[in-house]
Design a binder for this molecule. Sequence first.
Ligand SMILES: Nc1ncnc2c1ncn2[C@@H]1O[C@H](COP(=O)(O)OP(=O)(O)OP(=O)(O)O)[C@@H](O)[C@H]1O
Ligand SMILES: CC(C)(CO)[C@@H](O)C(=O)[O-]
Ligand code: BAL
Length: 394
Amino acid sequence: MDESRPTQPVRPPGPAHLLHTAAALRDLPRGTGDRAVVMTMGALHEGHATLVRAARRRVGPRGQVVVTVFVNPLQFGAGEDLDRYPRTLDADRELAAAAGADVVFAPSADEVYPGGEPQIRITAGPMGTLLEGASRPGHFDGVLTVVAKLLHLTAPDIAFYGQKDAQQLAVITRMAADLNFPVEIVGVPTVREEDGLALSSRNRYLSAPERRTALALSAALFAARDRLAAEEALRARAASTGHPAQDRAAALAALGEDRAAADAHAVAYAAAGLPHGPSVARAAARAVLDDAARLDPPLTLDYLALVDPSDFTEIPDAYEGEAILAVAAKVGTTRLIDNIRLVFGAGRAGPTAAHQGGTLTDAASSDATTPDGPAAAAPATPPTTPQGPLGATR
Ligand SMILES: Nc1ncnc2c1ncn2[C@@H]1O[C@H](COP(=O)(O)OP(=O)(O)OP(=O)(O)O)[C@@H](O)[C@H]1O
Ligand SMILES: CC(C)(CO)[C@@H](O)C(=O)[O-]
Ligand code: BAL
């Protein structure tokens, strides 16, 4: 290879190459580097762009980035928003190209399911029946079936998915490992609006008052994270003095903490040495969601769950390690989800965040210095511990 030859650009500037058929995709030359895929349902936003940039960065100028745009009927339940889901292919093509995509693959339903609904499907197993799977029966079977098909059609080396859809990322990671898909699955931290709302294509359904109410989802998660941080600090202070109850006032003053009820809870637990974190985190989040249920328009909670990232079962109070606090709720007719990663017990580390042009990106650890940086670039987590979503700091 002649190293002196320029390697960029691999694609002339302009909209990404648009392909509609499996045959056209099969004929697409692979180039000399890795191929990455970012699967979407379209109506692209900065969250998707972040995935595409992470993919481009990972494969480099010689690699190839394919974005799929397909609103998969199989993962929508009866009465869900399949028909009104936003379709904005021209704008998607522009956004994908600007973020570094070479190709947009936008097949029709007939192209993906030429024989109609497939008789044979992938099942998501027990994890697929919990949380999102409980609220949307069959959803993850539909997701995995189309993801498997799109992996076969696009034949990538690496596939990128957002941690905003934490359970989806977990079941896809599991499927790739359990069924020996020759692809690396990479999770990308959640991108948020400045005020905390996780970017989502469905946000465009929200009226201004509904959007204000919808802020309660992220606010609830941040409340849990902050309450946990305050409680940890109190416990550390109490432990360092050996007289927890007497030091309560000093500890609170040092922390600038003034929410009496939660403080009392934290200090009582600290003094008694009881298991603490999970119940405190749940209560803090629930308080915000309860308030939001009284707003106009109200938030209608579907679930708030604090789960083990390896199987999405609820964690016990004595739990230590990483957990996912996940929420789903409806505002008006719009159903939204969000989550953050929390760490309990000895392994607890402070959450971090990074700014990016009016959006915030949840970060996995203090070394996650760029919005879609190390966490996105890191290899996929082992199959039994899918990358959890991340504790956002605002
Ligand atoms: N805010 C976000 N941050 C990071 N990744 C995201 C974000 N929003 C979506 N993604 C990821 O983009 C990919 C495509 O998702 P999708 O097209 O369903 O977008 P969406 O915004 O989640 O849409 P919806 O509102 O329908 O849930 C998924 O891997 C998803 O997790
Ligand atoms: C992974 C996916 C593209 C499958 O339709 C979809 O569930 C999504 O956009 O998250
Ligand atoms: N973003 C997950 C796809 C869905 O809600 O159907």
